[in-house]
Design a protein around this ligand. Structure first.
Ligand SMILES: [Zn+2]
Length: 531
C-alpha cells in the first residue's frame, strides 16, 4: 500500500518565541533551525522579518537547510495595494523559500481588529498570495481563529480559506488560535473544509489551552489535513503549541498513522528525538520535563516490584512503544540492564567500542550513576561524558596539572570616581615539570578564570588557540539534601565543532572550573595532543 505524505511544519522560532521567558538570539535561532533540519522537519519557520532586528537579520542571508525555510508575516494592510505596503515588501525581500501569511478568517475579527469589510479582507488575502507567488515563493496562509470563526460564520471562514487556495497558496492552515476547540469539533470542521479544499493542501495549527493540541492535530489528520504545525517541547504562548516531540513518534510508531502516512523523519532521526528535546531545554536553560511523553526520564521508568521483573523479561508488557525507538531508555530500578546497553551504545557512538564483558563497563556505569545523583547531567554534556569514559578506559593522557588557582573580585572606585567591579584570577599550572603562572582579568570571576587558564598552557597552547566559549549556563539544583550548582559550558573550535561540558559543586566557581577544564582537555584529546 502506498502511503500518503504528511508534512511537519515547525514554528518554534516564530510562535514558540512568544513563550513567556523565551528570548532567542539569532545564534540560538540558527542552532535550533539546524537541529530541526537534522531531525527531518519539512518546514522551519524562522520568524517575522521586519518585526524585530534579529528576525530581519536572520532572513538577510540564505540559510543552508534541507527544510523549507519560511518567513512569517501579515497579508497586505486593508486599503493599500500590495505594491504599496512596506510590511509586505519587507516580507517579500526576506531570503526565505516560503512565506507564511497570517490572515483573519473570523468576520468578527475582520470588523473589530482589522476595522475593514469582509470583502476587503478577502482581497487582501488574494493580493498577498499572488504577490508572493510572483516572487517565486511557496505560500502558506495561516487562517487565524479559523475554528471559532467557522462556528460563528462558516461561509465566511470557508471563503477566506478558498481565497487563499484559489490564489495559489500551497497550504491553507486552519488555526485554533485561542486553543479552546475540542478534538471532535476539529475533526468535524476539518471534514467540512476538505470538501472544498483538497486535504493535501490543508494544515492544522493547534494551541494547547485545553491540553489537547496534540489530540487536535491528530484529529485534523484523521479528517484529511496533511500538514501539522507545532513546536519543540510544545513551547508557545500561554499553554503552548502542539508538541511535535509527542506528535512525531505517534505518527511513526502508532499503527493507524504509520500505515497510512510517511513523514520526513526517518527511523534513525526518530532515535535522536529524546536528545533533541533535551538539548532544546538546555538551550532554554530550563529543566527537562521528566514526565514528558516518549522522551522524559520517567516515560519508560518502572519502580522495583512485580512490574519491573516482568519488564526485564518481556519489555512489551509494560511499554506502549520501545524506548530505543525515540532514543530514550528503559529505567528499571532493580536492574542496570537498560543503563548498561545504553552506555555500550553510547561508547560505540563516540568511537570507543568496548567488549560487553569488560569489567570497566560496570565501573563506568556506577560512576555515571553516582555522578548523576550528585547533579551531573551527561546527556546534555557529551564531551564530559566522553572524557569520563576515556578516563576509566585509560585513554586520557595527563596533559597538565592545575596546582592552584585564585580568584578575586573587587569592587572599588576607579580614577573617574565611578564604582566598578573587577575580577582577577591567577592560575598556577604544571606542564612537563615546568610551573607556569598566568593572570587574567574578566568581567566576572569565571571569565577571569577562563582567561587566566587559557593564557599559557606551554606546549599545548597551539591546540587551544582557536577554542572559544560560546555559552555558559548555570542551574541551581537540589541534589540530595543540599542545593548544588550545575554549570554547562559550550565550546567551539576553529573548525566550528562544538561540545558541551559540565561541572557540579556547591561552589559556582568550582563547578565552572571543572567544566572549563573538561572543555580544554577534551579539545586536546580531539586534537590528538600527546602528553
Ligand atoms: Zn499560533
Amino acid at each position: 500500500m502506498t502511503r500518503e505524505r504528511l508534512y511537519l511544519f515547525d514554528t518554534t522560532l516564530r510562535d514558540g518565541a512568544q513563550t513567556n521567558g523565551v528570548d532567542f538570539t539569532i545564534n540560538d535561532k540558527i542552532q535550533i533551525a539546524d537541529m530541526l533540519d537534522q531531525l527531518g522537519i519539512d518546514y522551519v519557520e524562522g520568524g517575522y522579518p521586519g518585526a524585530n532586528p534579529a528576525d530581519t537579520e536572520l532572513f538577510s542571508k540564505e540559510r543552508d537547510l534541507n527544510a523549507t525555510f519560511t518567513a512569517f508575516g501579515m497579508t497586505r494592510r486593508p486599503g493599500r495595494s500590495a505594491s504599496n505596503d512596506p510590511g509586505l515588501a519587507a516580507l517579500l525581500e526576506a531570503k526565505a523559500d516560503a512565506i507564511c501569511f497570517v490572515a483573519k478568517s473570523w468576520d468578527y475579527h475582520v470588523r473589530v481588529a482589522l476595522e475593514t469589510t469582509n470583502e476587503e479582507n478577502l482581497a487582501s488575502i488574494r493580493d498577498s498570495v499572488t504577490a508572493a507567488k510572483q516572487r517565486g515563493r511557496e505560500v502558506l496562509v495561516d487562517c487565524e481563529h479559523f475554528f471559532d470563526g467557522y462556528k460563528a460564520n462558516p461561509e465566511y471562514a470557508l471563503a477566506c480559506a478558498k481565497a487563499a487556495y484559489e490564489s495559489g497558496a500551497r497550504w491553507v492552515v486552519l488555526c485554533d488560535t485561542n486553543g479552546g476547540t475540542l478534538p471532535h469539533e476539529i475533526e468535524a470542521i476539518v471534514r467540512d473544509v476538505v470538501k472544498v479544499i483538497p486535504g493535501d493542501h490543508v494544515g492544522i495549527h493547534a494551541h494547547n489551552d485545553t491540553e489537547q493540541a496534540v489530540a487536535n492535530s491528530l484529529a485534523a489528520v484523521r479528517a484529511g489535513a496533511r500538514q501539522i504545525q507545532g513546536t519543540l517541547n510544545g513551547i508557545g504562548e500561554r499553554c503552548g503549541n502542539a508538541n511535535l516531540v509527542s506528535i512525531i513518534p505517534t505518527l511513526k510508531l502508532k499503527k493507524e498513522f504509520a500505515e497510512q502516512f510517511d513523514i520526513g523523519v526517518s527511523d534513525d532521526q526518530l532515535k535522536t528525538l529524546a536528545s533533541v528535546s533535551r538539548k532544546f531545554d538546555d538551550l532554554l536553560n530550563r529543566a527537562p520535563n521528566r514526565h514528558a511523553p516518549y522522551v522524559g526520564d520517567s516515560a519508560f521508568a518502572t519502580k522495583a516490584g512485580i512490574h519491573a521483573s516482568a519488564l526485564v523479561k518481556e519489555p512489551q508488557t509494560y511499554e506502549h512503544v520501545p524506548p530505543e525507538a525515540v532514543g530514550n531508555r528503559r529505567r528499571v530500578l532493580v536492574s542496570d540492564q537498560g543503563g548498561r546497553s545504553n552506555l555500550l551504545a553510547e561508547l560505540e557512538r563516540i568511537g570507543l567500542p568496548v567488549d560487553k564483558s569488560d569489567p570497566r563497563i560496570a565501573r563506568l556505569l556506577e560512576e555515571v550513576k553516582e555522578r548523576e545523583a550528585m547533579g551531573y547531567a551527561y546527556e546534555g554534556a557529551d564531551a564530559s561524558f566522553e572524557l569520563l569514559a576515556r578516563r576509566i578506559l585509560g585513554t586520557v593522557p595527563d596533559y597538565f596539572d592545575v596546582e592552584q588557582f585564585d580568584v578575586n573580585v573587587e569592587q572599588r572606585y576607579n580614577a573617574l570616581g565611578k564604582r566598578v567591579t573587577v575580577a582577577m584570577a591567577v592560575v598556577k599550572v604544571k606542564v612537563d615539570g615546568e610551573t607556569l603562572i598566568s593572570a587574567g582579568e574578566g568581567n566576572g570571576p569565571v571569565n577571569a578564570l577562563d582567561v587566566a587558564l587559557r593564557k599559557d598552557l606551554g606546549k599545548y597552547q597551539k591546540f587551544i588557540e582557536g577554542l572559544k566559549l560560546t555559552d555558559y549556563r548555570v542551574r541551581i539544583l537540589n541534589a540530595g539534601t543540599e542545593a548544588v550548582t550545575r554549570v554547562l559550558i559550550e565550546s567551539e573550535d576553529e573548525a566550528g565543532e562544538s561540545w558541551t561540558t559540565v561541572g557540579v559543586s556547591s561552589n559556582i566557581i568550582d563547578a565552572s572550573f571543572q567544566a572549563l577544564m573538561d572543555s580544554i582537555v577534551y579539545k586536546l584529546v580531539r586534537s590528538g595532543a600527546k602528553a
